[in-house]
Design a protein around this ligand. Structure first.
Ligand code: AGP
Length: 602
């Protein structure tokens, strides 16, 4: 996902624009650029690849301007290239943009007819030309930007720099996040409020339709009607963005190892039923059905929670992939129906779109979000923060485990509210999870050994049953997105219905199996695989490893624990496995190719 960072100060800003862009690298990108206002007008420097390349280009002839805009681009329209990198320029105007302009072709044609000359293949380049056109007709920058926004269809966050107003940055937001802030050193704006650390005392999240003018004396925020407004202040948590990976080789490894503390923080913050129920706008006693909606790894957390809600709280539940839910035919809304949307970033376009559809249908929406001040955190009817802390690695690890932990607490709170028994036993199982996760982390060398043995594999299969089936899917997703090995997850009982044809001696099969009601069934599925020469890596507790020692070529032990919490604990070795395979394959594990940390486009 693209990143925007812009600043107006009393000293040259080029270096701090680079610093700001480095704090946004985790979002995923393939080119970067800045534009500053110099004596002779707007100066633009753009490079393909990492921000370090841009830094070198800037250092070779440092701009002196004290106002500028910067951008990291995740290509949507047009390949990664210097020409397609932002900022984009028109006479007297420079612009950076995050989002997609759906009607850009029509706008481009109209602007070309008016004499615009385009250099790039991007949708974004229409914006500076629209602004320049309106300003040529006498509009001031903010009015010109607003008029451009009225003509654009789709989501955007835009920051603009103009020669005619050399002391002011102009911004407009619709659908893509933008935070603005002010401090002793001037004003700044960024796609992520945490990137404003050191440049602003506090950050304000713009809402859809908001515009902002930033100058050395302050920030002026207006709503869509042009009225001055004060927006929600969000805390700037700069720990991960400014302190790097704290001695770990990568953010992903640090975030995997932070998980015991994250779980502990969640369990102490949401330790009582009241601390959960007090945040809700609905009463679980009256809930008849729950739809859980998310994307990617968050969707897999939703898939596990579906089972928990049905089994422990006795509530009918279903899951939906957000991008499908947005457009599929839906049954009439039932009385007592609620929805839970789950998102680390709180900005995933598909999940935001699904939330909007739910709200249009009058269904109460609970948002589980990690990023404070994000769209879902602000627009859901109620929300529960995930408390995972900033997650910088593109592959979600601690946020996933935080989602599972928060969902487990919500399920227990719902069960208690509905008078179900056995809640305290399950809660005490949850309380022991941080120690169990720490034990798995101590076993990391064993995972590194297995990683060494499978890193040349061309594909890998992950199988699990019951509560461990979503974990198998998550293990496959982690492997795919960090090591680029083709990996697929299956319900263990499903393998014999086709996928078992994939089994041969070269394909590692990671089988999740721990003591529990479905162990025997899963064990026979695993034996079916072994009978066809499958190379089985067992991930399970000691009893399971003992029972299957004759068929597992390798094994990763996890602590024995109740079935309810085993999925959380069994996720950890698969996270470590994906990490170490990727590192041993020499890949950029924090920023895998083609991926973005939050996908704010459809
Ligand atoms: C997770 O490892 C992936 N990077 C991706 O699937 C992610 O979970 C998905 O894009 C949803 O993101 P969100 O939780 O921020 O909505």
């Amino acid at each position: 996902m693209c990143g925007i960072f812009a600043r107006v100060a009393a000293e040259p800003v080029a270096d701090t624009l680079i610093e700001g862009l480095k704090r946004l690298e985790y979002r995923g990108y393939d080119s970067a650029g800045i534009a500053t206002l110099e004596q002779g007008g707007i100066a633009r420097i753009c490079t393909v690849g990492k921000v370090e390349a841009l830094e070198a280009a800037v250092r070779s002839g440092p701009p002196k301007g004290s106002i500028g805009i910067g951008h990291t681009r995740w290509a949507t329209h047009g390949a990664p290239s210097e020409r397609n990198a932002h900022p984009h320029i028109a006479p007297g105007v420079a612009v950076v943009h995050n989002g997609i302009i759906e009607n850009h072709r029509e706008l481009r044609q109209g602007l070309s007819d008016l004499g615009a000359t385009f250099r790039s293949e991007t949708d974004s380049e229409v914006i500076p030309w629209m602004i320049s056109h309106h300003m040529a007709s006498g509009a001031k920058t903010m009015d010109a930007l607003r008029k451009a926004g009225e003509d654009m269809k789709g989501a955007f966050a835009v920051a603009a720099l103009t020669e005619s107003e050399p002391d002011t940055l102009h911004a407009l937001r619709r659908g893509s996040p933008l935070a603005v802030g002010f401090g002793d050193k001037g004003a700044a704006l960024a796609s992520d409020p945490n990137a404003l650390a050191g440049f602003a005392r506090e950050a304000f999240m713009l809402e859809d339709g908001d515009s902002a003018e930033l100058s050395r004396s302050g920030v002026d925020i207006r709503n869509a009607q042009g009225e001055k407004v004060h927006r929600q202040i969000v805390t700037i948590d700069d720990t991960a963005l400014t302190t790097g990976s704290d001695g770990y080789a990568h953010h992903m490894l640090k975030e995997i190892h932070e998980q015991p503390q994250v779980i502990q923080r969640i369990l102490s913050t949401y330790g009582s039923t009241g601390s959960i129920l007090g945040r809700l706008t609905f009463d679980f006693r009256r809930v008849t059905r729950i739809t859980l909606i998310a994307c990617g790894t968050s969707y897999l957390a939703a898939s596990l929670a579906r089972r928990w809600f049905q089994e422990i709280a006795g509530i009918a539940a279903e899951v939906a992939i957000a991008s499908e839910f947005r457009y599929e035919p839906l049954a009439p809304v039932q009385p007592g129906e609620i929805a839970i949307v789950i998102s680390q970033s709180g900005e995933t376009a598909d999940t935001v779109g699904a939330m909007h559809r739910l709200k249009e249908r009058g269904i109460p929406v609970l948002g589980l979000v990690n990023q404070a001040g994000s769209t879902i955190a602000r627009e859901a009817d109620c929300h529960i923060p995930l408390l995972a802390g900033p997650e910088i690695g593109v592959a979600s690890t601690k946020a996933f485990v935080a989602q599972l932990t928060v969902l487990a607490r919500i399920v227990l709170a719902a069960a208690q509210r509905r008078g179900h028994s056995g809640v305290s036993i399950l809660h005490s199982a949850l309380v022991r999870v941080p120690d169990s996760v720490s034990a798995v982390l101590h076993n990391e060398p064993a995972v590194m050994d297995v990683a060494q043995r499978v890193l040349q594999a061309r594909s890998a299969l992950f199988v699990g049953r019951g509560h461990l089936y979503p974990v198998a899917l998550e293990g496959a997703l982690k492997m795919k997105e960090t090591s680029y090995i083709h990996a697929e997850g299956f319900a263990a009982g499903e393998l014999k219905h086709g996928p078992i044809a994939l089994v041969d001696s070269t394909t590692p099969i990671f089988a999740l199996a721990s003591s529990g009601p479905l162990f025997e069934k899963c064990a026979s599925n695993i034996r079916e695989i072994a009978a066809r020469g499958g190379r089985i890596v067992l991930v399970g507790d000691r009893a399971a490893l003992l029972a299957l020692s004759d068929v597992a070529t390798h094994a990763l032990t996890v602590p024995h624990c109740p079935d309810f919490v085993q999925p959380i604990i069994s996720t950890i070795p698969l996270q470590l496995l994906a990490y170490h395979v990727a590192v041993q394959r020499g890949l950029d594990v924090d920023r895998p190719r083609n991926l973005a940390k939050s996908v704010t486009v459809e």
